[in-house]
Design a protein around this ligand. Structure first.
Ligand SMILES: [Zn+2]
Length: 64
């Protein structure tokens, strides 16, 4: 069984006036239940907005 390739996603604040990059997320494209990350809601504290905001999750290229 091949090892699942991990993908790095960057999380960016979805507030238009902010757009701060809050963090990154490493995960497999699908979790064990077969749900894609797109179905997960990512809400995180944004230091720019000083509150929890919805994150835009975008795939990021990386190399090992
Ligand atoms: Zn923000």
């Amino acid at each position: 069984m091949p090892r699942g390739k991990r993908t790095v996603y960057s999380m960016t604040c979805s507030t238009a006036s902010c757009g701060r990059r809050v963090g990154t997320l490493r995960l497999h494209r699908q979790d064990k239940k077969g749900k894609s990350w797109k179905e997960h809601k990512r809400v995180k504290y944004c230091p720019g907005c000083r509150k929890k905001t919805a994150m835009k999750v975008k795939e990021e290229k990386h190399s090992n």
